[in-house]
Design a protein around this ligand. Structure first.
Ligand SMILES: Cc1cc2nc3c(=O)[nH]c(=O)nc-3n(C[C@H](O)[C@H](O)[C@H](O)COP(=O)(O)OP(=O)(O)OC[C@H]3O[C@@H](n4cnc5c(N)ncnc54)[C@H](O)[C@@H]3O)c2cc1C
Length: 374
């Protein structure tokens, strides 16, 4: 008899785990809350313009090459030479972000910044306990305030960046100050996006072939003692394996408290011009205290969509949806307590499932390891 797995959530994580289980001969059922699989990595269309909720580009160090190679065989990827801007309202100036050494002289605070950088160089490496210490120790107080302080506070709804005290380095994949070309991660990194107009969408059909998918349905309760998964419609499963990609508190009816998340509102705006941002500029970050938005993305840059118009998205931090696990130690500890309570026939994976700031490459690396273990 085939072993049975139930997967909660048909996003990139759920589909990737489904693929490996099916290949190993398991009977797999995905329970997906929405009307379509793919989760946040799915490409949608607005006025014919492809976009995702978040850029969802593949951006990873060389150590993630096995994940890239696996994905690239299914969804052909193209390398992107990408520049990001940061708007410095005090000077009405767009600098490159990650901050480039050559931009400092164009800031009105440059002499202060150079002084601080000199002192930092003399002090050498320091160990940071929180986000603020981390950035002040890397670029000095003035650049931290210009580029990181308010951006981080608004992105995570914090009144004090010292409260961000766990895994904050994971949000930063970059050197403190860039030199050389202005392209993001111009050496030693994979920076890529699907060639296909519909992005990663074919991955979701490919990876779930042979799998039962129940859409518009949630798991209402998991009875861990009886090894029973009960859906909202009353249907039950007794799987050999439960793969959960949703927040671990949900599996226990939040009996130790609800895990905190932050979200984003994404506003789609089509402009009557073929190109909004300069060549190779994909994002503009808004780190100012007075700007509600955190980022603007021009999707054509990623998708190569041909049109006389262009779609940009404007992201505004919001508590209306749950997208980002917080980087607050008490919350991470709570998530770990929930995960540790899971019996050996359940795993909790993916960004929500692990309650860690994980990207597409991390998820695929985990899934490849999982494949070796089944
Ligand atoms: C805004 C944003 C931008 C990002 N940009 C990038 C990027 O550029 N590059 C990168 O590498 N990574 C990026 N990431 C991270 C990466 O995309 C995610 O870590 C990854 O896609 C998570 O996939 P997932 O399947 O675990 O989660 P999701 O994509 O969130 O999928 C979860 C699925 O579970 C379903 N679901 C939720 N609750 C239930 C329930 N109770 N029952 C059944 N189904 C349920 C949802 O409908 C969804 O389909 C970004 C993340 C966010 C939030």
């Amino acid at each position: 008899m085939k072993k049975e797995a139930v997967i909660i959530g048909g996003g990139f994580t759920g589909c990737s785990y489904a693929y490996f289980l099916i290949q190993k001969g398991w009977k797999v059922t995905i329970i997906e809350k929405s009307s379509i699989i793919g989760g946040g990595v799915r490409t949608y269309y607005h006025g014919g313009h492809p976009f995702t909720y978040g850029p969802r580009h593949f951006i990873a160090p060389e150590s993630s090459r096995p994940a890239f190679d696996f994905l690239n065989k299914v969804i052909e990827m193209r390398h992107i030479d990408k520049i990001n801007y940061s708007y410095q309202e005090q000077d009405d100036y767009f600098s490159t972000y990650p901050l480039h050494q050559d931009d400092i002289k164009n800031l009105s605070c440059s002499s202060q910044v150079f002084e601080e950088l000199k002192l930092l160089e003399a002090a050498g490496e320091t160990q940071a306990k929180n986000f603020e210490e981390f950035w002040v120790g890397r670029v000095g107080k003035t650049l931290y305030e210009r580029y990181n302080k308010y951006y981080n506070m608004k992105a995570w709804f914090l009144d004090d960046n010292r409260k961000m005290d766990f895994g904050f380095e994971a949000t930063v994949k970059r050197k403190p100050l860039e030199t050389g070309p202005r392209y993001e991660f111009h050496t030693g990194w994979i920076n890529a996006y699907p060639i296909a107009h519909d992005g990663y969408n074919k991955y979701f059909d490919w990876s779930t072939e042979g799998c039962e998918i129940i859409l518009n349905e949630v798991v209402s309760h998991v009875d861990f003692e009886k090894r029973k998964v009960i859906l909202g419609n009353g249907q039950t499963f007794n799987p050999d394996l439960l793969v959960s990609t949703i927040s671990p508190d949900a599996l226990f009816d939040c009996d130790e408290g609800e895990l905190a998340y932050v979200g984003r509102e994404v506003f789609k705006i089509v402009l009557p011009i073929p190109q909004a941002l300069p060549d190779d500029v994909y994002f503009v970050y808004y780190p100012g205290q007075k700007e509600a938005q955190t980022r603007v993305t021009e999707f054509k840059k990623f998708t190569n969509h041909q049109s006389k118009n262009t779609l940009i998205t404007l992201e505004v931090p919001s508590m209306k949806n749950k997208l980002y696990p917080t980087l607050l130690k008490p919350q991470v500890d709570l998530a770990d307590r929930y995960i540790q309570r899971l019996p050996d026939w359940c795993i909790s994976v993916g960004r929500m499932g692990k309650y860690r700031y994980e990207d597409i490459d991390d998820i695929l690396l985990d899934a490849l390891k999982f494949n070796d273990s089944i």
